[in-house]
Write a protein that binds this ligand. Structure first.
Ligand code: SF4
Length: 737
């Protein structure tokens, strides 16, 4: 995108879209962002950007649709009115404190986002778990990677991908599982293409029910039935074991549980597994052979594997393949989950989820809780797990949770079974929405609307898919009265802390020494915050890194000054380290108590909602190449709409012909939960019996709710991630008017 005026300054930052974490240089005229280009010095992208990254300037420049002022309403039936910041912050603090006082800490909840910066995330987490005393904080990252987290912890003893982007250059067999990297992680995909061109003989295996752009370029496309991944990986492992392609020395020295796994996969003969998957047996055998024989096999996986009611099992079955064949801990080899959002990783690091604590501590571990309480200077951390996303909105709907604060995400569009989420937000006593954009569906329910600064307007850090921490830097001022997320959280937290202290009769005299005005506003400004004394994002980061010391993700040696001097760094980066660690487990010592990785014997289980005569189609949801989430950013750039101008339902031409449907015809897609209307686009890229719809278009754009009207809230039992990749639906001609 060419700058519209000559740039006067350039600020190094990080792209706000996906987990690749590309470095960018933001060009400004001192007032507005006028251009964005790839940062040639950033190790994640070396100057490359994809279509969305290249359009960052256009999406960031306009104030159209931005929330500019705090708004509040006195009663549900009344419209919101513009108010001063102090009034809005006081109202949030008053209502949260009152509800906690009357109903206890678990009567409030926070629903945040993988697009928040680490510092924002850290403060939200501390407010919930450290000040209020509830673990009811979850995030939209629950929807994209929580099964990957669960599997890493079960198999390796700690969260986090073992490898790094350099592995893309070294892999000689690449297994894409449920990943359309060509669209979802384009800059990494270009790197893979270059590596394949440089090393003829490199093989790509793509596991995907659809013919995606990635699958179209595969050497072998395993077009499995949706949800059958465990059968595939168990069948491949069966072949590797019985054809002596496993690595007995690695298994003996570095793992536990192989005998039980061997027993389990005995039943998954390649023929049986291929039948479950709906693929040719020979294709399964070929995939197993390529994977086992390769000098370096790398698995890249994403939502197709993770967004499943058995996502943890699918991740574990894939990790079993790597452990059994010793394909881990060396260049080009390993399981590598690609995170969807720019800072899903940072959220995990600060423990910003209902099922974890800061710096990879566990809620169920008394020592972890005691240590965190000591570090925060509080009496205790609650031992009651919080409610993860789907359960959280269920608890709001049935009145157990009275107040919810939603930041930087749009659950009324992105959650499965959104009818239930709308019901919950309607029922809640008090809803706070903190966002940069006015047009999100969730904003309609806000009792208090807090305008947040957006990308290019705030500072902090993010962690990308390869554990690399990069700076995000403010280039221009936020429009109107919008404020940085961390500051909004801090200022409400200080107010709540003051109210709680006042309730205990320990209010201190004297004005706060916390910088920029203490708790300010109409509140008791005399209160000196103990827990939220941070005077800027660097202070938040410093506190976060202190909490990581001695942990597997130790970044005790990584400061803003280090990032300034040496650029983005991977964790762990302990004190006195000269650089971050590119790969983990290179010595075969894992993060389990005995240092051995764990095999997990898992079985194939069917999808949560099998098709029936009434609901005969398998619905898969996903994305299009140039859009992002609910399009609040990408939807502002007309050029990004040319690739896929409107939402469609993709159906196999044979299915359409049999039912007499014509391309462009409006069809009604109905599940047991809801329905919406979309125009038909036939394509043999989906299998007969399956249909596909993208998730970007929201209720306001469609007039009938997005595709999540139809998706199901069934979740993985260990990771609580919902099955957004499969629902049983009925397709019929739309009766309009
Ligand atoms: Fe941004 Fe991801 Fe594209 Fe890189 S690949 S420019 S991080 S959207």
């Amino acid at each position: 995108i060419a700058p519209t005026v000559a740039p006067t300054a350039e600020v190094a930052s990080t792209c706000c879209y996906c987990g690749v974490g590309c470095g960018v240089l933001i060009e400004t005229d001192g007032r507005r962002i006028v251009g964005v280009r790839g940062d040639p010095d950033h190790p994640a992208n070396q100057g490359r950007l994809c279509s969305k990254g290249l359009a960052l300037a256009d999406s960031a420049r306009s104030a159209r649709g931005r929330l500019l002022h705090p708004e509040m309403r006195r009663a549900r039936a009344l419209p919101r009115e513009q108010v001063a910041w102090d009034a809005a912050l006081d109202e949030v603090a008053d209502r949260f404190a009152a509800i906690v006082a009357e109903h206890g800490p678990d009567a409030v909840a926070f629903y945040v986002s993988g697009q928040l910066l680490t510092e924002d995330y850290y403060l939200f987490n501390k407010l919930a778990k450290g000040l209020i005393g509830t673990n009811n904080i979850d995030t939209n990252s629950r929807l994209c990677m929580s099964t990957a987290v669960a599997a890493y912890k079960l198999a390796f003893g700690a969260d986090g991908p073992p490898g790094c982007y350099e592995d893309l250059d070294h892999a000689r067999t690449v297994l894409f599982a449920g990943s359309n990297a060509a669209w979802a992680h384009p800059v990494l995909f270009r790197r893979l293409e270059a590596a394949r061109a440089a090393h003829p003989g490199t093989r790509w295996i793509v596991v995907d029910p659809r013919v995606t752009d990635t699958a179209a370029m595969a050497d072998l496309h395993l077009r499995i039935q949706p949800g059958t991944d465990v059968a595939l990986f168990n069948g491949m492992l069966h072949h590797l074991i019985w054809e002596q392609h496993v690595d007995p020395a690695f298994i003996a020295a570095h793992t536990q549980g192989f005998d039980a796994l061997k027993q389990r996969v005995r039943d998954y003969t390649p023929r049986f597994a291929a039948e479950i998957c709906g693929i040719a047996e020979q294709d399964l055998l070929t995939a197993a052979q390529w994977f086992g024989e390769s000098p370096a096999s790398l698995s890249l996986y994403c939502m197709g594997l993770n967004q499943s009611s058995h996502g943890t099992d699918k991740n574990l079955a894939l990790i079993n393949l790597h452990l059994a064949s010793g394909q881990i801990g060396r260049p080009g080899a390993g399981p590598f989950s690609l995170t969807g959002q720019p800072n899903a990783m940072g959220g995990r690091e600060v423990g910003g989820m209902a099922t974890m604590l800061a710096a990879h501590r566990e809620i169920g571990n008394a020592d972890d809780r005691a240590e965190l309480a000591r570090l925060w200077g509080i009496d205790r951390v609650s031992d009651k797990p919080g409610l993860p996303a789907v359960a959280m909105f269920d608890a709001i709907a049935d009145g157990r949770i009275k107040a919810v604060w939603i930041a930087c995400t749009n659950p009324a569009h992105s959650m499965p079974d959104i009818g239930r989420v709308h019901e919950a937000l309607e029922t809640a006593e008090f809803v706070v929405v903190q966002d940069a954009f006015a047009g999100i569906d969730t904003a309609a329910y806000a009792d208090v609307l807090l305008p947040a600064a957006s990308w290019g307007e705030k500072s902090g850090t993010v962690t990308n898919s390869e554990r690399r921490i990069s700076r995000v830097r403010r280039a221009v001022d936020a429009p109107g009265e919008a404020r940085a997320d961390w500051r909004i959280v801090r200022d409400v937290a200080r107010r709540i802390e003051a109210r709680l202290a006042r309730g205990r009769g320990v209010e201190k005299a004297g004005r706060s020494a916390n910088g920029d005005g203490g708790i300010g506003g109409t509140d008791a400004v005399s209160f000196a915050s103990r827990l939220f004394a941070h005077d800027g994002v660097e202070a938040v980061f410093d506190e976060h890194r202190l909490l990581t010391e001695g942990r597997d993700l130790d970044i005790g040696g990584l400061s803003y000054a280090t990032l300034e001097r040496d650029g983005p760094q991977q964790w762990p980066y302990p004190a006195h380290a000269a650089a971050g660690q590119a790969r983990r487990y290179t010595d075969g010592v894992f993060a389990t108590p005995d240092g051995r990785a764990r095999f997990h014997a898992v079985d194939y289980l069917p999808v949560a909602e099998p098709i029936t005569a009434r609901f005969p189609f398998q619905l898969t949801t996903g994305r299009v190449r140039d859009q992002w989430h609910g399009m609040s950013r990408t939807g502002r750039v007309p050029g990004l709409a040319t690739h896929a101008p409107e939402p469609t339902l993709t159906m196999h031409p044979g299915d359409a012909l049999r039912r007499g449907f014509a391309d462009g015809e409006l069809l009604r897609i109905a599940s047991r939960r809801g329905a919406l209307v979309l125009p038909l686009a036939t394509s043999a890229d989906v299998s007969p019996g399956s249909v596909f719809a993208a998730m970007h278009w929201n209720g306001q754009m469609l007039n009938s709710g997005g595709i999540n009207e139809t998706t199901i809230g069934a979740v993985d039992p260990r990771a609580f991630q919902p099955e957004l990749k499969h629902a049983a639906v009925r397709i019929e001609r739309a009766l309009l008017g």
